[in-house]
Design a protein around this ligand. Structure first.
Ligand code: CTP
Ligand code: MG
Length: 230
């Protein structure tokens, strides 16, 4: 079988988390967030990882690559998340060892504690023929939509919160990101790019533990989750 490749986007600065070092390198239980991510991906059946990092940080990520449970290498990201994904896809296409990969899973390094089972569900949906498969959760908060005249409750039973890794047929994801770049669209995830191309997106159950470390409070939650596993 062709290798399952993960594109781990780690080129953001983590401005909402704060601190002096890029978010992906911030430590959780003594290891960088991105290292935890690589472990979850490996546990779920990913064979090889391409990590997209900010320019000039190769030396800082060298220990992450050396300690990765699966073969990994770094490539340079871009200004927006979607630019980072596009750069990662180009690197995969240019690598003779990866050019045959049929599936690619795009994962936020910041979703450090993604359980292997979530990764496995995404890969299984692709193997079953989905062109795009993403983990989602029901929304627990009541949501209001602000309108021009006031606000209104949204029927939350129809809403889902979206996580990563998001899995795709690699050729479709490449076409989707080229469309997004050519047309100057702004998307916050990869499923939205594939949707813009007109493909359906399959949903699989996510997991609260795959939370995205975004603000300082999220790091506290992640630390508590790690402790609960010990
Ligand atoms: N990301 C990326 N390239 C960018 C921006 C974001 O690879 N130009 C990655 C981040 O490293 C992160 C993931 O996309 O793993 C999700 O983005 P987010 O949580 O917003 O991280 P940051 O952009 O780093 O954080 P902030 O928005 O608070 O600055
Ligand atoms: Mg961001």
């Amino acid at each position: 079988m062709e290798p399952v490749v993960a594109l781990v986007v780690a080129a953001g600065s983590g401005s909402r988390l704060g601190g002096d070092i890029p978010k992906a390198l911030r430590e959780l239980d003594g290891r960088p967030l991105v290292s935890h991510s690589l472990e979850g991906l490996a546990a779920g059946g990913v064979d090889v990882a391409v990590i997209v990092i900010a320019p000039g940080l190769d030396d800082d990520f060298a220990a992450v690559v050396a300690g990765s449970p699966i073969p990994a290498r770094c490539v340079q990201g871009g200004a927006e998340r979607q630019d980072s994904v596009l750069n990662g896809l180009a690197a995969i296409a240019a690598d003779p060892d990866l050019a045959g990969a049929r599936y690619v899973l795009v994962h936020d390094a910041a979703r450090a504690l993604v359980p292997g089972e979530v990764v496995r569900r995404v890969i299984a949906a692709l193997a079953d023929g989905a062109v795009a498969a993403i983990p989602v959760l029901p929304v627990v908060d009541t949501i209001r939509e602000v309108t021009a005249t006031g606000s209104a409750t949204v029927d939350r039973s129809r809403l889902r919160a979206v996580q990563t890794p998001q899995g795709f047929a690699r050729d479709v994801l490449e076409r989707a990101h080229r469309l997004v770049a050519d047309e100057g669209l702004q998307v916050t995830d990869d499923a939205a790019a594939v949707e813009a191309l007109g493909y359906p997106v399959a949903l699989v159950p996510g997991d609260r533990e795959a939370l995205k470390v975004t603000e300082p409070l999220d790091l506290l939650f992640a630390e508590a989750i790690v402790r609960s596993h010990a």
